[in-house]
Write a protein that binds this ligand. Sequence first.
Ligand code: SF4
Length: 165
Amino acid sequence: MMKITGTLINYYFHCKRQCWLFGNRINLEDNSEDVNIGRILHEIEENKNKKAEIQIENIRIDKITDKYVVEFKKSDADIEATKWQTLYYIQVLKSKGIDRKGKLEFYEKKKQGKKVIYIELDENKEIELENLKNEINELISSELPPNPIEERKCKKCAYYEYCYI
Ligand code: SF4
């Protein structure tokens, strides 16, 4: 079984083909999440009472407070991806003895205000997260990737050339 990462979870919601390509190590991006989680734990120790902005590869945990892992997003286009990726990070932190809930803040460009979603890794979510990880493992171990999704977001995707060229 492959080790699941936050990126794989995010991609699983974004595009299953992207998840497969990434999981099968056709990596076009830096894949140094493990190292960075080590750094996060270190930074949390160092910044216990301060705001800390933390980078996990392309995902920014914008803030860790006493209670929350806080995520800011420019749009709410991918709420599920953000939610499960954050729950995964909460689980990783929890396994190191750091208990946090999640607070997701979505800012919409044209609309005023923001949408705030609170999440918590309760027992049910833990089970769902385990199921999700199994689904992702199943997907990644299939021999061929799913077909390209042919959506607008493909144009911004790092795997574009693997799908259409
Ligand atoms: S280009 Fe489109 S189909 Fe291909 S991996 Fe990216 S999002 Fe998925």
